[in-house]
Design a protein around this ligand. Structure first.
Ligand code: COA
Length: 288
């Protein structure tokens, strides 16, 4: 669809737009998440439409490229006063075109889903966001075979990348290389000398987020969360693939409540690549 002559242009966002992005997120009731925006704008590609009054952004979104196999899309927000004027559709159409119409994936809110369906996305699953103060009823060692976890070191990086490759299904070394600086702490799980999982924890506006979370089974995933939670006083938040019902039950018993559900959607591929059984939580909902 051609852009009307008077329509404000879509421009690339840079790190200089970080505060404007956080402002727009906050205006729609989302957390400011400036720390996350730093990663999104540095490792992803942000697109924005300036408000005609010259005071901030009217609309924005971010894509992250994983080469020809996948582009992820997220953080699409249109300021309330510009809603239903076609800005969301323009941004998504533009982002898909810029990415070369390659396979796309996103996590849709209920509000975003009708637009995504109109543009050829289909639902492949759900993700539950749970949050709250973590209080473990008992240490994982007391009830179940415990996975051994420890802080990650630089020596773990190549094994971590190999494991992530298998589970995510696509090489994302360019993002993983940023994890040591993006996360407050990064932990690995191992069985003997084999790496069986890893997780990071990073600060959001009013909680700490455990992500990404990759583990060979629920016990390992819970052991990683338990160890990371032990070092923070802040509430936790996790975005868990809804098929991981055992982990969601254990998190509920540990004090975390369901706060929202998003729909995983893809376009051009039947499902997300990789191994969902070991992929418990994405790095964030915009980047996958
Ligand atoms: C979802 C959102 C980005 C849509 O942006 P927008 O600029 O208002 O959307 P558009 O005007 O391009 O609408 C495109 C189509 O999407 C659908 N749509 C948009 N908003 C909708 C809503 N609130 N309810 C139902 N359908 C909606 C409609 O089919 C619409 O076409 P129509 O107006 O011709 O009927 C915007 O409402 C928003 O920022 N919401 C809050 C944040 C959010 O949930 N973002 C999605 C993250 S996945």
């Amino acid at each position: 669809m051609p852009t009307p002559h008077s329509a404000p242009p879509i421009r690339r966002l840079t790190l200089a737009d970080l505060t404007a992005c956080a402002d727009l997120a906050e205006e729609r009731g989302w957390a400011r998440e400036e720390h996350k925006w730093g990663l999104l704008l540095a490792a992803g590609t942000g697109y924005g439409i300036d408000a005609p009054e010259g005071d901030g952004l009217a609309a924005m979104c971010v894509t992250t490229s994983y080469g020809p196999a996948l582009t992820t899309f997220g953080m699409m927000i249109v300021a309330g006063r510009f809603g239903r004027q076609g800005l969301g559709r323009r941004l998504l159409t533009h982002a898909m075109h810029e990415a070369g119409d390659l396979p796309f994936a996103l996590y849709a809110t209920a509000q975003g889903r009708p637009l995504y369906e109109q543009l050829g996305f289909h639902a492949v699953g759900d993700t539950h966001t749970v949050s709250g103060p973590f209080r473990s009823p008992e240490p994982p060692t007391a009830t179940r075979a415990a996975a051994t976890t420890r802080p990650a070191t630089a020596d773990d990086l190549s094994a971590l990348v190999r494991l992530d490759n298998e589970v995510f299904g696509i090489d994302r070394t360019h993002l993983l290389a940023r994890l040591p600086s993006f996360t407050d702490r990064l932990r690995v799980a191992e069985h003997g000398t084999t790496l069986t999982g890893y997780a990071g924890i990073w600060p959001s506006t009013s909680c700490d987020v455990v992500a990404p979370l990759i583990a060979q089974d629920t016990d390992t995933a819970y052991a990683l969360i338990h160890a990371l939670a032990a070092e923070t006083d802040r509430p936790l938040r996790l975005d868990i693939d809804a098929r991981h019902t055992d982990l969601l039950d254990r998190l509920k018993h540990s004090g975390l409540d369901l706060i929202s559900t998003t729909t995983t959607m893809t376009r051009g591929i039947p499902d997300l690549p990789g191994d969902w059984t070991r992929r418990f939580a994405p790095l964030n909902l915009a980047m996958g």
